[in-house]
Design a protein around this ligand. Structure first.
Ligand SMILES: Nc1nc2c(c(=O)[nH]1)N[C@H]1C(S)=C(S)[C@@H](COP(=O)(O)OP(=O)(O)OC[C@H]3O[C@@H](n4cnc5c(=O)[nH]c(N)nc54)[C@H](O)[C@@H]3O)O[C@H]1N2
Ligand SMILES: Nc1nc2c(c(=O)[nH]1)N[C@H]1C(S)=C(S)[C@@H](COP(=O)(O)OP(=O)(O)OC[C@H]3O[C@@H](n4cnc5c(=O)[nH]c(N)nc54)[C@H](O)[C@@H]3O)O[C@H]1N2
Ligand code: SF4
Ligand SMILES: [Mo]
Length: 685
C-alpha cells in the first residue's frame, strides 16, 4: 500500500507521479506517463524541503548586505520601490519575469498582478527560452499549441519515433521507457538517447548544430521523391503543400548531406522507417525538443519538421503524430495563462479586443486599462536599467543570471536596476543580486495544479508542513496588490483556479470544466475542457485541426544556418544543454549533495583530436571563448563527438556559466535566443 500524499515531481514537464510522506519521504507512483518510474532528480527532490540553505526569512539589502527582516517591512520596501519606479518612469518601468515552473494558479495570478496591480505591459517569462519556437510553429500549422496533442501512453511501443534534438534518456528518463520500437535521433552528439537508438536497430543522424532546417527539407524531399507521401491526406487535411515543396525541392539529399553531414543513405532509411511504421499498425511519431528549437531559426525549423510530418501524414491520426516535448514542470500551463508579453489567460492574444473585454470583465476592470504587449524575455532583460527601460524587476521562479543568453551582460543589466525583487526558496545567483528576497513555499508544501507535457491538468498537493517564515506566492501577490491599492487577489489556490477557469473559458486553452473536485476524484482531464460534463480532450485534431478551415498549414521556409558561423578566430561551434542529474540553472539540484556529486563540475565535451590541437588532454582546465565571453570548464574527451562541435551544460554558476558565451540572436517570430549554436575557440588556462 502506498503511504503519503499523492502529488507530482517538482522538476520537469513529465510531472512524474509520486507520493510524499509528512516526513518528506518520496515514493514513486503508478501513472500513465511515468509508469511507476522516477529519475535521480525525482527520487532526491525532497532534499531541498529541509535544507540548511533554505531561506525562510525575508531579506532586504542594507549597506550592501542582504539582511533578515519581517514580512511587513520587506513587502513595504517592495511597494515603496515599485511606486518610486513608477513615479520616475511610468507604469512600464516595473517589469515581471515569471516561470514555467510556477503552478497554473501562480502563473495566472502573476499575469493578472502585472496587468492590474502594476499596470505594466512588461511581463514575460523563462518559457520564452524554452518552447516558444515550437509554440509559434505549432500555432501557425495547427491553430493551437499543445506540446503533445495526444497522451504519452499513445507513444508506448510505437513502431518508429524520431527524436529531434531531444535527449530524453537524460532529460525525461521515464518517458524514454515508452519507446520500444525503432528510434531515430537527430543530435550532434552521441547522447545516451542516440546510443539507445543505435542499440535498438534505429539511427543516429549526427548533424552539425543548427542545420536541422536543411535536414528537415532534405527528408521531405526524399519522402516526396521516394513516394513516402500520403497524397490523399495532404490533399484532404492540409493546405500549402505546393509552396512548401518549392523550398524542399531544392534540398535534394546530396545537398542536405553537404550542409548537415548526415549521409544520404541514413536520410533515406529514416524516412522509410517512419513511413513503414505509419503504414503498419505500429505507428510513427516525430517529436522535437530544444536541440531543434533553440535557434534564431527555431520557428522555421519546427515548421519544416512539421512539414515532414504532414507529408508523411502523421498529425491528427490515431496512433501517429507530431509533438513538442515541453520542458519545465508547468511549461505547458505556463504558456497559457498570461505570463507571455503578448497574452491573456486561455491562450488569448492581448491585442484582440474580444479577448481584452472577456478577461477585463473577469478581473473587474475597464478593458481600456489593460496594457498592450510588452517586451519579450531577452529584450526585456537587455532593457533593464536603461534610460527608457524598466527600473524595477520582480522575478518569480527563474534564475536568469545563469540561464539567460549572454549571461554576463544580463547580470550587468540586473545590477543596473533600482529595485530587484526575487521570490525563491534558495538564494539563487539572481536572488543573491536582489534588493529584496521573499522566501516562498516549495512544491510539497502547497496546493495547486500543473499541466503536464500532454496537456493534462494534475494536482499538486501539500504533503509536508512548510517551515515557519516562508509564505505562499499567492499570498505575497495579494499582499503586494493590497499595498498598491488593489483588491481582488485571492490567496487560496482553489479560489484562484476557479477564477482562472472563468478567465480561460472560451479561449483556445479552455479550463472551464476542470475543477479541483474532478481532479481529486481521479479524472484524467486534458484541455480543452469547456464545461463540467466535458470529458476533456486527450487527443486533438483527429477530425479537424484548430485552424479556421480545419486544415493543417504547411509553411514555405528556407534554411539559413546559425547566426554566427565559425571562422579562423572562433573555429568551433559550441552547443549547450543538459545532463541527467542537474536541473536548469542548477539552483536547486546543485544543493542536493547526491546530485552534485554525480554530476561533477562544469565540463566541455570535445573530440580528443580537437582538444589536442588546442594543447589540451582529458581533465585539463580549459577556457571556451566566444565573442561575448569566456567560460571555464574541464575538458571531457569523447571520440564520438563531431570534429567541429563542443558541448557545454548550462547548470553551473560563476565562471562556469555556459551562457557567458552564448549568442542572444533571436528568432524573429518567437524571440527564442540561439542557445544551441555559437562560434568559439578552445584554449588552455
Ligand atoms: N536532467 C534534466 N532534465 C530536464 C531539464 C534539466 O535541466 N535537466 N530541464 C527540463 C527542461 S526545462 C527542458 S526544456 C527539457 C529539455 O530537454 P532536451 O531538449 O532533451 O535537452 P537539451 O539537453 O537542452 O537538448 C537536447 C539535445 O539537443 C542536442 N542539440 C544541440 N544542438 C543541436 C542542434 O543544433 N540540432 C539538434 N537536432 N540537436 C541539438 C544536444 O546535444 C542535446 O543532446 O528537459 C527537461 N528535463
Ligand atoms: N545555454 C543554455 N541556456 C538555457 C537553456 C539551454 O538549453 N542552454 N535552456 C533554457 C530553458 S529550456 C529553460 S526552461 C531555462 C530555465 O532556466 P531558469 O529560468 O533559470 O530555471 P530554473 O533554474 O529552474 O530556475 C528556477 C528558480 O526558481 C526557483 N523556484 C522553483 N519553483 C519556484 C516557485 O514555485 N516559485 C518561485 N518563486 N521560485 C521557484 C528555483 O529555486 C530556482 O532558483 O533556461 C534556459 N537557458
Ligand atoms: S523525469 Fe522529470 S518529472 Fe520525472 S522524476 Fe525526473 S525530473 Fe521528475
Ligand atoms: Mo525548458
Amino acid at each position: 500500500m502506498t503511504t503519503g500524499t499523492k502529488t507530482h515531481c517538482p522538476y520537469c514537464g513529465l510531472q512524474c507521479a509520486m507520493t510524499v510522506t509528512a516526513a518528506g519521504v518520496v515514493g514513486a507512483r503508478e501513472f500513465p506517463t511515468n509508469r511507476g518510474g522516477l529519475c535521480h532528480k525525482g527520487w532526491t527532490s525532497a532534499a531541498l524541503l529541509r535544507h540548511p540553505e533554505r531561506i525562510t526569512t525575508p531579506l532586504v539589502r542594507s549597506e550592501g548586505e542582504l539582511r533578515p527582516t519581517t514580512w511587513d517591512s520587506a513587502l513595504n520596501a517592495v511597494a515603496d520601490g515599485i511606486r518610486r519606479a513608477q513615479n520616475a518612469g511610468g507604469r512600464d518601468a516595473v517589469a515581471v519575469f515569471g516561470s514555467g515552473g510556477l503552478t497554473n494558479e501562480k502563473a495566472y495570478q502573476l499575469g493578472k498582478f502585472a496587468r492590474v496591480a502594476l499596470g505594466t505591459a512588461n511581463i514575460d517569462y523563462n518559457g520564452r527560452f524554452c518552447m516558444s519556437s515550437a509554440a509559434a510553429a505549432g500555432t501557425a500549422a495547427f491553430g493551437v499549441d499543445r506540446g503533445l496533442p495526444f497522451p504519452v501512453s499513445d507513444l508506448t511501443g510505437a513502431g518508429a519515433v524520431m527524436l529531434w534534438g531531444a535527449n530524453v534518456a537524460e532529460t525525461m528518463p521515464p518517458l524514454a521507457g515508452h519507446f520500444t520500437g525503432r528510434l531515430i535521433v537527430a543530435d550532434p552528439r552521441r547522447t545516451p538517447t542516440a546510443q539507445r537508438a543505435l542499440d535498438g536497430g534505429g539511427l543516429h543522424l549526427q548533424l552539425a548544430p543548427g542545420t536541422d532546417l536543411a535536414l528537415a527539407l532534405g527528408l521531405m524531399h526524399v519522402a516526396v521523391l521516394d513516394g513516402f507521401i500520403d497524397r490523399e491526406y495532404v490533399q484532404r487535411r492540409t493546405v500549402g503543400f505546393e509552396e512548401a515543396w518549392l523550398s524542399a525541392a531544392h534540398w535534394w539529399p546530396e545537398r542536405a548531406e553537404r550542409v548537415t553531414g548526415v549521409p544520404v543513405d541514413q536520410m533515406r532509411r529514416a524516412v522509410e522507417m517512419l513511413w513503414d511504421a505509419r503504414q503498419s499498425d505500429a505507428g510513427s511519431y516525430i517529436l522535437t525538443a530544444r536541440g531543434a528549437e533553440q535557434h534564431a531559426t527555431g520557428t522555421d525549423t519546427v515548421a519544416a519538421v512539421i512539414g515532414l510530418a504532414l507529408t508523411l501524414g502523421l498529425p491528427g491520426r490515431r496512433g501517429s503524430g507530431y509533438g513538442c516535448l515541453t520542458g519545465q514542470g508547468n511549461g505547458q500551463g505556463g504558456r497559457e495563462h498570461g505570463l507571455k508579453a503578448d497574452q491573456l489567460p486561455g491562450y488569448r492574444k492581448i491585442t484582440d479586443p474580444a479577448a481584452r473585454e472577456h478577461v477585463a470583465a473577469v478581473w473587474g476592470v475597464d478593458p481600456a486599462e489593460l496594457p498592450g504587449p510588452g517586451l519579450s524575455a531577452y529584450t526585456l532583460l537587455d532593457a533593464l536599467g536603461r534610460p527608457a527601460g524598466p527600473r524595477a524587476l520582480l522575478v518569480h521562479g527563474a534564475n536568469p543570471a545563469v540561464s539567460a543568453p549572454r549571461a554576463g551582460h544580463v547580470a550587468e543589466r540586473l545590477a543596473a536596476l533600482d529595485l530587484l525583487v526575487v521570490c525563491d526558496f534558495v538564494l539563487s545567483e539572481t536572488a543573491a543580486m536582489a534588493d529584496v528576497v521573499l522566501p516562498v513555499l516549495q512544491w510539497a508544501e502547497e496546493e495547486g495544479t500543473m499541466t503536464n507535457l500532454e496537456g493534462r491538468v494534475l494536482r499538486r498537493r501539500r504533503a509536508v508542513e512548510p517551515p515557519a517564515g516562508a509564505r505562499g506566492e499567492l499570498w505575497v501577490l495579494a499582499e503586494l496588490a493590497r499595498r498598491l491599492g488593489r483588491t481582488g487577489f485571492a490567496s487560496e489556490p482553489v479560489e484562484v483556479f476557479d477564477e482562472l477557469r472563468r478567465a480561460s473559458a472560451g479561449g483556445p486553452a479552455d479550463y472551464a470544466g476542470v475543477s479541483y473536485a474532478r481532479l481529486d476524484a481521479g479524472e484524467a482531464l486534458h484541455w480543452p475542457c469547456p464545461d463540467e460534463t466535458h470529458p476533456g480532450t486527450p487527443r486533438l485534431f483527429l477530425d479537424r485541426f484548430a485552424t479556421p478551415n480545419g486544415r493543417a498549414r504547411f509553411a514555405a521556409v528556407a534554411h539559413r544556418g546559425p547566426a554566427e558561423v565559425p571562422d579562423a578566430q572562433y573555429p568551433l561551434t559550441a552547443t549547450t544543454g543538459r545532463v541527467l542529474t542537474h536541473y536548469q540553472s542548477g539552483a536547486q539540484t546543485r544543493r542536493v549533495p547526491e546530485l552534485a556529486e554525480a554530476a561533477g563540475g562544469m565540463f566541455v565535451q570535445v573530440h580528443p583530436d580537437i582538444a589536442r590541437q588546442a594543447g589540451l588532454v582529458d581533465g585539463d582546465a580549459a577556457a571556451v571563448v566566444s565573442r561575448r565571453g569566456t567560460v571555464r570548464a574541464a575538458v571531457r574527451c569523447d571520440d564520438t563527438m563531431r570534429l567541429d562541435t563542443v558541448f557545454l551544460p548550462f547548470h553551473f554558476p560563476g565562471a562556469g556559466r555556459a551562457n557567458l558565451i552564448t549568442n542572444p540572436a533571436l528568432d524573429p517570430r518567437s524571440s527564442m535566443p540561439e542557445f544551441k549554436a555559437c562560434a568559439v575557440r578552445l584554449e588552455p588556462t
